[in-house]
Design a protein around this ligand. Sequence first.
Ligand code: FAD
Ligand code: NAI
Length: 464
Amino acid sequence: MSETNYDLIVIGAGPGGYVAAIRAAQLGLKTACVESRATLGGTCLNVGCIPSKALLHASELYEEAHGGSLAKFGISFKDVKVDVAAMHAEKAKAVGELTGGIEFLFKKNKVDWLKGHARFTSANSIDVNGTSYSAKMIMIATGSSVTPLPGVEIDQKVVVDSTGALALPKVPKHLVVIGGGVIGLELGSVWGRLGAQVTVVEYLDQLLPGMDMDVRKEAAKIFKKQGFALKLSTKVTGVSVKGGKASVTVEPAAGGAAEVLEADCVLVAIGRRPNTEGLDLAKAGLETNARGQIEVGHDFQTKVPGIYAIGDVTPGPMLAHKAEDEGIAAAEFCAGQIGLVNHDVIPGVVYTMPEFASVGLTEEQAKARGEVKVGKFPMMANSRAKTNRDTDGFVKVIADAKTDKVLGVHIVASLAGTMIAQAAQAMEFGATSEDIAYTCHAHPTHAEALKEAAMAVTGKPIHM
Ligand code: FAD
Ligand code: NAI
């Protein structure tokens, strides 16, 4: 059997893998990237970040026109309608342009796309659909897939996962979301804005696990105000489907009387798990940890020299930008350079309205490490939020009580996803709250709320 040799083969062309492949090629390595999907870009571009944000944007426009936000500003319409098929078509265009763009970048940078499913045959060779390839280095960037809920079958019609929820042909009357995490709230928001009644069933006592407790409590208030029914501390014990409708049986997480929720559609969004099935890791001398992830060192190398792993298949937050940054750093290590990712400063954003964004430690985590000072500023007191009538939320800055170094920033605001970049950069440069407070911020902007929250760390906000 013929065998092609590369310096580096990357398995998986998601934001981790495609970015790593391009950087490696830029650094002079002969590089190939294996992808089994029909298009490049992985979960993020095909069935994740990109299509979800297209639908979030579209549904927000509808909500503004239909729900009265624009009418308040004197802009009214006679007949506001939703054409779900047109919405999906526009989403598909954005996805197609971006996935096609990566194919173009592969050609431009001379990265070979090996089409098919890769499995290891040894520590430096793989099989892709019957053809063998070898490489000095192999990088695993196989990403993650939806975690199934035992006993609940996904039919992508009545019971859907995130991929199905991104393609519903019509607005359901009642959508039950299992899991009050990022996917449940983002996709629940899409269909809720378009007219569905949304019930979120969450096992824990608050939404958005992992985020700062103030933010989680605010999320519950905001989503209730938006009309979501929240069933917190509640577990699903069964889902049955009959005649195109679902019956979801739930009971208190601590045990108690069961209740049945009737729904037109059920979204299962209880997390994602790493993709390692069918990789034949053992042939390369590798195994997964208890959480199914591939462990790596500071240089993204696994325990087998020459085999690297990045992105969702490794420990850490399952986020596209984390995968991308790891891809760049790992490729730089492969090329004999030093790559850097600061895992303490990786922002996370929930793209609902308002958005929920955070970077660094939560107040609970920071307090567990030592004494802290906290400054908080409400968006209600921010002039631009007032003019735009989007005053939900706050900015919270957590600083070390002794050194004033910023340890974490948490933002609930319409533009939180954009505002958090400034906080991440400040933290990357080791900023104190005083550094942010004495940085001139343009007026009137939502970003001024970050400056005021930083001023509040030492008790000196102006507008409160
Ligand atoms: P993936 O993007 O999962 O890519 C891995 C690729 O490897 C896949 O294309 C897969 O087909 C391929 N592959 C797997 N095994 C093999 C094999 N053996 N051979 C060949 N190919 C293989 N993150 C954000 O940061 N922001 C967001 O707004 C956001 N929104 C999301 C919305 C949804 C609905 C979902 C589901 C996820 C979202 N995410 C978001 C998470 C984000 O998509 C992932 O963190 C990111 O895609 C991980 O990148 P990756 O490169 O590690 O893996
Ligand atoms: P998640 O981990 O964010 O939330 C899952 C939720 O389901 C948790 O609150 C958990 O307590 C709950 N849960 C688990 N089992 C349950 C059960 N049996 N019954 C009821 N509730 C249960 O996972 P999600 O929303 O599926 O998203 C997966 C990952 O995808 C995210 O963690 C994130 O990394 C990524 N993502 C990122 C986005 C972004 O950055 N904006 C958007 C969408 C996804």
